[in-house]
Design a protein around this ligand. Sequence first.
Ligand SMILES: Cc1cc2nc3c(=O)[nH]c(=O)nc-3n(C[C@H](O)[C@H](O)[C@H](O)COP(=O)(O)OP(=O)(O)OC[C@H]3O[C@@H](n4cnc5c(N)ncnc54)[C@H](O)[C@@H]3O)c2cc1C
Length: 302
Amino acid sequence: MSRSVFQMELERICRGKVLFDESLLEHTSFGIGGPAEALVSPADIADLQQVLTLAKRETKPIFVIGRGTNLLISDAGVPGLVLRVNQACSEIDTSDGRISAGAGVELPRLLQFCLQQGLGGLEFAAGIPGTVGGAVKGNAGILKAEISDPLLEVDTLNVNSLEFTTLKKNQIIFEYRRSNLPKELILTVVTFQFYPEDPVNVKTRIEDYLKTRLTSQPVGKKCAGCVFKNPLGYSAGQLVEQAGCKGMSCGDAVVSELHANFIINRGKAKASDVLKLIEKIKERVNNVTGIELELEIEIVGQ
Ligand SMILES: Cc1cc2nc3c(=O)[nH]c(=O)nc-3n(C[C@H](O)[C@H](O)[C@H](O)COP(=O)(O)OP(=O)(O)OC[C@H]3O[C@@H](n4cnc5c(N)ncnc54)[C@H](O)[C@@H]3O)c2cc1C
């Protein structure tokens, strides 16, 4: 297939990995998603700046993807550039008791680092499969703790102005499964303050969290975690179960029998199947309980 001028220029300037018309199915935990016009993993920050400069000149939209574990990508795919910072922002540094992790670092790797260093405060994240950047953007967590708790500051790069800014925790609003970090900011590095802890205790807590997940969630299945946010005072999973939605399906998208707030792709589910199933669940829950469920997963693409 012949390359457009934009594609040739992107390949020329980017020292990292560039894939055109790349199916995003392989890049999401749902195993669902149409193609990205270009999926780009810049080699380092300078490379990322070059790519952003070109995207701006060519007025290409930009979407940053982490591990794709909280996303439902549309069947039509994503126009413009889908950017990954897994190569450009992959370091973990420690100084003065602070830990700075690249936004592309996966949470399980950061957790392993904390265990090796004898640091406590991140154990709650055991079993959350995303990157540091994705976790901070959506304030990932569990009932008792969230990623903003140990966070000190976030380094960002603005896709429009190409300016770097460091935001202190008190400059960001973190709420239940959301932050007010604007779309035009790419998170590059996140600095945390963990506390010294006996590695034996860290390991025990990690194992306890993982054990709880194994018995209550469809671990290992193609899914994107909890589909709906818990409405104040309620568990979304219990509401979905109460409305009789367990096992309900659309195509290959099915409501988990183990945890009703998980939709599983049992084979070749399309985004359109998941969206139809979501609508059916919302309607049933609303009819039975009068409560309007809100999405926790993010829908991306046309
Ligand atoms: C089995 C399973 C269990 C889960 N359990 C939990 C749980 O207990 N608690 C919980 O909160 N979540 C859970 N999740 C959901 C998901 O893992 C988290 O939301 C995770 O933090 C998303 O990270 P990610 O890297 O996959 O982000 P993605 O899904 O790729 O992206 C999420 C958002 O972050 C943005 N983003 C990603 N990286 C950057 C960056 N560098 N700069 C700017 N924006 C960025 C994206 O643009 C998007 O808006 C679970 C998911 C699965 C599959």
